[in-house]
Design a protein around this ligand. Structure first.
Ligand SMILES: Cc1cc2nc3c(=O)[nH]c(=O)nc-3n(C[C@H](O)[C@H](O)[C@H](O)COP(=O)(O)OP(=O)(O)OC[C@H]3O[C@@H](n4cnc5c(N)ncnc54)[C@H](O)[C@@H]3O)c2cc1C
Length: 387
């Protein structure tokens, strides 16, 4: 047992990855771990808030397809058992776009990994998914593994489970610096010093401020999202009938995705913006960009067969992007007991229950034996793979 003033484990950041890491650390035997967050859990200033997220196997990199297969098979069922409620809601998944564009790489990735994905011709797509418009030159991929994630319910379930298993929380506490060269590791906060044998850092868009080695590699980008009510019976837009989808265009950032109505009125719509600007996560919280919302309305009018009835809500949320959109999931070079999880680049929630497991294994045991993680270690390293 560490001396009384030294924590066995401190997790910095209570988004999906920090809470999942805490969940697994407790499962793997950690005693009295502490989670620190500068805000309250479920707050809307970072990347994990809001009612829903997409889970898919659809990736250009076969390694991510395989990692998601393991996540679907092992970690979401484990979390649902602990939560005592469903958190994944199966839904048709459609990923489509000009066949000459990036969608072709997604088709190659899922084929290489043998994922349950069908290629649909446009006529069949129009018959099976009459709510969406498809162009003649488009490649349409039907992901039969896809699901809607009950995101807010997942965060609440993780908090309930970890509190019940003995975790402690210090919320409203901002970490100012982490010194991995000290043993125990020294964590300076705006409420005093913490000492820890092991630290897991999952600080989302603020990670680059706490790990200088990542300052140039991580971009914080604010996303705008909207909920639109469409003409028609509400039942048409519920999960299971209305697909989770993404239209992947030719140009950078020409990537729009949507989800059925779930725990919030309206079909959710957003653009996946991973390049070309950086935002200060501390500035103008919750202020969405009117032009971006109008751009989403224009996309809704182009993409949906049903007319848009009105805007049912809008919000912002932060991405933490790496140049290759690979995650950062690795120990700090100065101390293997200081483990970093960040750079989720707008696609980390679906992997959260697995990334949390890997982070906990790295922190507690110095390594993770998960073959799907081993296969992506270069991609997940602090330096990452070259863009
Ligand atoms: C609009 C949008 C749509 C998305 N859609 C999908 C999707 O469909 N599917 C999918 O898989 N993923 C999706 N994602 C991505 C996914 O939500 C993120 O990858 C994931 O939430 C990242 O979680 P995190 O725990 O790493 O970071 P965060 O949720 O950002 O958590 C970081 C936490 O650290 C705390 N913190 C930071 N700095 C400090 C400090 N100095 N001291 C104390 N605490 C600190 C913050 O308060 C915060 O709570 C989407 C993201 C956005 C923004």
């Amino acid at each position: 047992m560490p001396p009384h003033n030294v924590r066995s484990l401190v997790v910095v950041g209570g988004g999906i990855n920090g809470l999942a890491a805490l969940f697994h650390a407790l499962r793997l035997g950690a005693k009295g771990p502490l989670l620190v967050d500068r805000f309250q859990l479920g707050h809307d200033r970072a990347s994990s808030h809001g009612p829903s997220r997409i889970a898919r196997s659809m990736y250009p990199h076969a390694g991510y397809v395989r990692l998601m297969r393991a996540t679907f098979a092992e970690e979401w069922p484990r979390l649902e058992r602990a939560a005592g409620e469903p958190l994944l809601f199966r839904s048709p998944g459609l990923f489509y776009g000009p066949a000459a564009g990036p969608i072709a790489a997604y088709a190659k990735g899922v084929r290489e990994a043998g994922a349950e994905v069908d290629v649909l011709d446009v006529a069949t797509a129009r018959t099976l998914f009459p709510m969406l418009r498809f162009e003649e030159d488009e490649l349409v991929l039907h992901d039969r593994t896809a699901a809607l994630i009950a995101a807010a319910r997942t965060l609440r379930a993780l908090e309930r489970s970890t509190r019940a298993s003995g975790a402690e929380f210090q919320l409203g506490t901002r970490v100012l610096a982490i010194d991995p060269s000290r043993d125990p590791i020294r964590i300076e906060t705006d409420r005093g010093e913490l000492l820890a044998e092991r630290v897991i850092l999952t600080a989302g868009p603020w990670a680059r401020a706490l790990v200088p080695e990542l300052a140039t590699r991580l971009l914080a980008i604010r996303q705008n999202l909207a909920y639109f009510e469409l003409e028609g019976a509400r039942d048409e837009f519920r999960v299971g009938r209305f697909p989770v989808f993404a239209r992947i265009g030719l140009d950078e950032n020409d990537f729009y995705y949507g989800l059925p109505e779930f725990d919030h009125p309206g079909v959710k719509l957003a653009q996946h913006v991973t390049r070309g600007r950086t935002d200060d996560p501390d500035s103008s919280p919750g202020t969405y960009d009117e032009d971006a919302i109008e751009d989403l309305r224009a996309f809704a009018i182009r993409a949906f067969v049903r007319p848009v009835r009105g805007l049912a809500g809008a919000d912002t949320c932060m991405y933490t992007c790496t140049p290759t959109e690979d995650f950062v999931l690795a120990p700090h070079p100065a101390n293997r007991r200081f483990v970093i999880g960040s750079g989720c680049s707008g696609h980390g929630f679906k992997f959260g229950p697995m990334l949390g497991r890997i982070l906990a294994e790295l922190a507690l045991f110095g390594d993770s034996k998960l073959p799907e993680y081993r296969a992506l270690q270069t991609e997940f390293s602090l330096a990452g793979r070259s863009a």
